[in-house]
Design a protein around this ligand. Structure first.
Ligand code: HEM
Length: 186
């Protein structure tokens, strides 16, 4: 026997419902779908309501809708790159455990690094960045960065705190780069 399909009721705009929020100024529209859930003991069948919000990407970025807008490139859309095989976040976690990623003398750790010293490490093969006063040797991380290697290399040898916050304030860099921490900016 064919399985019984759940009934989904789409509330039409003509139905004057408090659930429907159509705001032409913000070009934002919300539709609310009634999705029946499994029978609940003693309470009978109850509908769960799922709200879908449709706002075109270009408007999201103009409207500055919180975090997702930080992810937009200048033309809208995400700027994530396709990472090479073996360069996922999981691979990075494994590599961090297996290798010593601090290319410094252990007796020097943690280093006191001046801005001039930081600036000397500004290339793809030798790439240090400072984030909130901490310095990381991210040479080994470059190919694992979901935003691409080039953006990191452009900031090599620099304090990247502001640009980092601009793109992804939610990213826990201290955890991702724990094995690459080499010292403090002085
Ligand atoms: C050096 C430390 C950094 C770390 C550990 C890091 C880490 C990450 C992570 C984990 C993501 C994926 C975020 C997500 O999926 O929500 C990401 C994406 C991205 N990052 Fe970074 N990032 C760093 C620095 C930077 C810098 C300096 C820039 C810009 C110059 C940058 C630009 C981007 C961009 C454009 C994306 C793609 C955003 C998207 O469209 O989803 N990142 N980064």
């Amino acid at each position: 026997m064919e399985p019984k399909m759940p009934h989904i009721r789409i509330i039409e705009p003509s139905e004057k419902s408090a659930d429907l929020d159509s705001d032409s100024h913000n070009q934002k529209a919300k539709l609310r779908f009634a999705v029946p859930s499994a029978p609940t003991k003693g309470l009978g069948r109850r509908s769960r309501h799922v709200t879908f919000s449709s706002t075109p990407a270009v408007n999201r970025s103009r409207m500055n809708l919180g975090n997702p807008s930080h992810r937009m490139g200048p033309l809208g859309g995400r700027r994530k790159v396709i990472l090479a095989p073996g360069h996922s976040a999981m691979d990075w976690e494994r590599i961090k455990k297996d290798k010593n990623l601090r290319n410094i003398d252990p007796s020097e750790f943690p280093m006191r690094i001046t801005k001039a010293r930081l600036q000397q490490h500004h290339s793809r093969r030798d790439c240090w960045v400072s984030l909130n006063g901490k310095v990381f040797d991210i040479t080994n991380y470059l190919d694992f960065h979901p935003g691409g290697r080039d953006l990191l290399v452009e900031n090599a040898g620099k304090d990247a705190t502001l640009i980092f916050q601009k793109y992804h304030p939610w990213v826990n860099y201290e955890r991702i780069l724990d094995a690459c921490f080499i010292g403090f900016l002085v």
